[in-house]
Design a protein around this ligand. Structure first.
Ligand code: NDP
Length: 234
């Protein structure tokens, strides 16, 4: 299987683990990066998902290098945590723009080629806090819950053309994003997780690899938790 894949934010963390898993399975994998160098062995396109022009240019470069995107993993994401009264409107909008509108920008580009090909896989990386909520993360949870409505709407729009759209919802995962959390907060989160540990990025990648595979052809519009049980029932 050698499909043309794009993983946004595939230069580090969960995105890199997903990119490596798909590349090892034989896919041709492009990743976005904003600075520095892209990871070795993957096709790097410099792209900030908050900039529609950069997104369009990235898709042209990928199409030229490895063909139209057949599998899109919208993984790029940021946090700007604060309690409501301390949260600036700018911090709310910035997180929405990167996490939710960013996914819209890349999905719209990817859908063109997928509709033409009458097949495709779109995977949106949300979060366990999307539907459960989390104090101090109203902007982030809103952006991730938005991905659920967005993804399920796309699943309904695109399903008749053989395109599946699913949402993977990781829980606490060991990456730069969570390394920045204060120890006390991390401890508190760990106590809520039935499996009492964080995920390795590769554990999120396994789920994404499956949902993007031909074997998952009859699964669409699903929210797949990979969260050690923390958001059970949400
Ligand atoms: P990291 O902070 O380790 O990496 C974030 C990635 O997103 C980087 O590759 C970064 O690129 C990229 N990115 C951020 N903003 C943009 C942008 N505007 N344009 C392009 N790329 C961007 O995070 P994780 O690997 O932990 O997170 C990956 C995804 O998983 C995110 O969507 C996150 O919300 C989600 N998630 C993470 C959890 C966790 O516990 N770690 C739990 C649940 C969900 P650059 O290197 O250029 O900054």
């Amino acid at each position: 299987m050698s499909r043309s894949v794009l993983v946004t934010g595939g230069n580090r963390g969960i995105g890199l683990a997903i990119a490596r898993a798909l590349s090892t399975a034989g896919d041709r994998v492009a990743v976005t990066y904003r600075s520095g160098e892209p990871p070795e062995g993957l096709f790097g396109v410099r792209c900030d998902v908050t900039d529609a022009d950069q997104v369009a240019q990235a898709f042209s470069a990928i199409e030229q290098e490895q063909g139209p995107v057949e599998v899109l993993v919208a993984n790029a994401g940021i946090t700007k945590d604060n309690l409501l009264l301390r949260m600036d409107e700018a911090d709310f909008l910035t997180v929405l723009d990167a996490n939710l509108v960013g996914a819209f920008r890349v999905a719209k580009q990817a859908a063109r080629g997928m509709l033409r090909a009458r097949k495709g896989r779109i995977v949106l990386i949300a979060s366990a806090v999307a539907l459960a909520g989390e104090a101090g993360q109203s902007n982030y949870a809103a952006s991730k819950a938005g991905l659920v409505g967005f993804g399920r709407s796309l699943a309904k729009e695109l399903g008749s053309r053989g395109i599946t759209v699913n949402i993977v919802a990781p829980g606490l995962t060991d990456t730069d994003m969570t390394a920045a959390l204060p120890d006390e907060r991390k401890q508190h989160i760990l106590e809520q997780i039935p499996l009492r540990r964080a995920a390795a990025p590769e554990e999120i990648a396994h789920a994404v690899k499956f949902i993007a595979s031909p074997e998952a052809a009859y699964i669409t519009g699903a929210v797949i938790p990979v969260d050690g049980g923390v958001a059970m029932g949400h």
